[in-house]
Ligand binder design. Sequence first.
Ligand code: ADP
Ligand code: MG
Length: 712
Amino acid sequence: SSKKAHLNGSSAGPSTSHSNSSSAKAKAQAIQEQRAQLPIAKGKDKIIEEIRKNEVTILLGETGSGKTTQIPQYILTSLFPSLIGITQPRKVAATSLASRVASETQTPLGSLVGYSVRFDDRTSPSTRIKYLTDGMLVREMMADPLLGGYGVIVVDEAHERTLRTDVIIANLKKILRVRNGGGGDDGAKGKGADKAPFNPLKVVIMSATLDAEKFSKFFNNAPILYVKGRQHPVKIYHAAQPQLDYTDAALRTFFQIHTDQPPGDVLVFLPGQEDIEALKTSIELYAKQLPVDKPGVLVCTMFAAQDPSHTSAAFLPAPPHTRKVILATNIAETSITIPGITYVIDTGKHKSKHHLSRLTGGGFDTLLTTDITKSSASQRAGRAGREGPGVCFRLYTEEAFRAMKDADEPEVLRVSLVGSILGMKCLGQEMVELDMLDKPDMESIASALKTLWLLGALDNTQSLTPLGKKMSLFPLDPPLACALLASSSHPPPTTSHVLTLVSLLSTTSKPFLPLTAQERERLHEKTDTSSSNPRAAFTHPHSDHLTLLAAYSAYSEIALTENKASRRAWCRKHGINERAFLEARDIRRQLVEVCRRAGVAVEEGQEKSGAANTNTGTNTSTSTKDWEDWVIRSLGHGLAGNSAFLQPDGTYKQTMGQTIVKIHPSSVLVDKKVPAIIYDELIYTNQIYARGVSAIPKSFFLSLDAFKQRKA
Ligand code: ADP
Ligand code: MG
């Protein structure tokens, strides 16, 4: 109502305004009113007072109460720190929240308010509020162990307990001791700063769940503040029977809501991008068949790999006579609050990181679709009751709900420690010695140390080698950094190709779209490009990695001449996720920079001709064969822990463990027998599959020091 009053007060009137400045002013006013109405606004003075008084403050608040968007602004205008860093476990959350806060402050993104995520930095010297992923802050710590540039660090979404957030929390405790000199509260204030050798630091830990005692105890009984949210009642329905196909169940439930229930937007929680895209297609298909007098349907999506410009659509009100449905991953659980939701459909599934080969080496984690926890289930239901009473449809039975775990284990207990331990070694820290919220078990530390030794990052005394130090300069998984560095011992254009490959392996979503069963059948029909195998033109007989390189090279070729629409059509025809290719191109550009700084020579320009030769299939000049072999050998250095040998019985057994692995049906090597393979990852379904596979000469392993020592 006050919003209306303002609009009426403007000279042009509410709907006929053509003046940009007055409509911009109205918009700004509306945003300020919206801010003032957030539950957190009432507590502002009290919160600021506590933050001012204490070195560490724990802040708990219902999702959507305004923690992430408001607290940094409050701190900026009350405490005037040089720079505030706010960590987020997810990249999309960091970018989307930064652009929201930039618009709230009416400044262009990247000036006062910016973000920094892997391979994408939107900050400038004038930035004072910086949203960044927890991974980026860990990287920054490696260059600046005391985080001297920051006056305040806000650790957001601490309840998620990602490994990197835990590492940050552990380090903050150490940093506070150094920068604030032993923890006297007054030392952190005004004049005290002159006496301290470093400028003081303030820490705010924010969480959406009630489990905050642990954080408080960890930080010497830091005060806990609660922000009361506005939560309306949500009626919860469980499925009567277990649902075999959750996307199908979600589709049916959505249309039941759409035809039977009063207006209100719908939020559907799904595990990942593929499910989201599949459901979007089918909802849109059915919506077309609705009678014309029925309201229309607008489908929005929200997932990690989504183009940030698409994310904002979910926040806009639906057009008249239309029901909006947002298909999201657990991003929408606590990280990003979408307004206007009345109905939630919860599939009960999410993707979570797990390390499958902890005991057998290998440095990568796998995303597995698993059941959510009770705590996630109640967060998801809660999304329906933000602005009024809501309804949540759980696509699982009440028994299934009761069987769920209360909360997930912290990541430190279930993911690979390879990257974190390498980072710590660079800081001169040992994970076993670091005071952490939860201690990882010795076995997984030992496994990570072994992998780092295998990569040549650590020597026999577990000390960091010059190579390990160099690996840590790259914002890559250590095995990929290792492959890249190994490539520099081969003649050009090997490094250039390996650089392209590691970029392709670092994208948020996979470059190749999943094959249909029929396409998998035809995977080997290489000669006929019109066959139903979309990748036929690029298929390398022994390597998924070289297949990927050939596809990327062909894409780069056509991208030189073709327009956007025909590039897109080309990608669709060849089963390629263009977004991943564009992202890889971006990543590569930045890695070239890192290579330059790290003194790794990248010979540009020759790459294209070489890769193009593989496409024709006719040119088998020795030079092509040579660089292919060198690319695989370079990769072999990084993936030595992810390798398996063919057994006499025709199965593949891990070289570093006892596990029997099968080659994934999507691989060009499926059903083929080669003496030795390397692979990107293991995935569990009913069997253990290796995905992203290449054949490698068995003799390669005999040349590795690590293998020689192992045999000895
Ligand atoms: P919390 O961190 O406590 O969960 P947030 O600060 O993220 O809360 O959200 C506060 C409010 O800002 C919510 O009502 C949310 O809907 C709104 N909001 C956040 N991002 C956007 C955006 N991009 N567009 C519009 N509203 C947004
Ligand atoms: Mg938040």
